[in-house]
Design a protein around this ligand. Sequence first.
Ligand SMILES: Cc1cc2nc3c(=O)[nH]c(=O)nc-3n(C[C@H](O)[C@H](O)[C@H](O)COP(=O)(O)O)c2cc1C
Length: 355
Amino acid sequence: MDFYSAIRPLFWRLDPERAHRFAVWSLERAPWLAAPAPDDPRLQLEVLGRRFANPVGLAAGFDKDARVWRQAAGLGFGFAEVGSVTPQPQSGNPAPRLFRLARSRAVINRMGFNNQGVEAMAARLAATRASGRLVLGINLGKNKATEDAAADYEIGARRLGPFADYVVINVSSPNTPGLRALQGREPLLELIRRTHAALAEACAEPPPLLLKIAPDLAEPDLADIAEVALRGYLGGLIATNTTIERPAGLDPAFAGEAGGLSGRPLFDPSTAIVRKLYQLTRGRLPIIGVGGIASGEDTYAKIRAGAILVQLYSALVFDGPSLIRRIKAGLLQCLERDRLGSIVEAVGLDHRERP
Ligand SMILES: Cc1cc2nc3c(=O)[nH]c(=O)nc-3n(C[C@H](O)[C@H](O)[C@H](O)COP(=O)(O)O)c2cc1C
């Protein structure tokens, strides 16, 4: 039994948001975790113009204000994504807004982009960026009250782009009214064009721009997104955010709560989106697969479906941080079983073996 399993009963007596705050607070007091542990060379890869020690990243939403991104290295992650961050600080939706569905190994959240804003993040990154050895993604959102959404993403890109290894346009959170409508073809083109221009203006070497999408998109929307992505402004896609669907069999205590569902029930739908996007983009764009990953096998399945990197969040709630090491060990076993020499050889393998 690891340390987290031992303290989990206590931890879970706290309400979920408190438990999260306590986790961040503890990590802030563990600066030694900023030193990355060495990874097996078979897990290393180069993508998005960066070297990754391994393909497993911390998903957006855990470290919304970039307080503990460096410590993710010591937990074994190969990269971390901070945010979503909005131009102005905002408090998000009223609590309770975060729910554990233990029996379903799922989470529902309707946080609503609670964060301290781009200036606070910029100040923190100015102080920590140089000593952080991890690949850093910065995930941008918009303030609830903003009408010209693209203007908010421009502000985020200008102010935070210079700190980022990659920047994410998040238009897929279900908790900001109207946000997901930006995934339509015309608004998306405009949004990507303007954010890209802001990055080019602010950064001597602009980091790649990625788009994070919802799992609830229909096939014609995915085709539009793939087409827009292949036009050249996007360096990659992140699939997916949380879902507004409520699959049958969910923990009845919370299944009726509004918000985005993540964790195990999201695994199959989000992997299906990765698979479809890989086909639609003909494997030409890096895809970060996220949704329901809780094991080496899950990670491997996302990679075979077409992801070159993966991320997770919800499984940490149930399994604690030692999960990352178990995932990497499991991933190596999958490579050995399939006689592959490196993780990159597994990317999109399903499409080659099962046409
Ligand atoms: C509490 C919570 C807050 C989140 N906040 C954000 C966010 O601010 N921006 C974002 O792009 N995704 C956010 N996400 C979505 C995750 O990054 C991820 O896409 C989703 O949870 C699926 O992965 P998982 O099943 O491993 O949790 C959040 C998820 C959770 C559970």
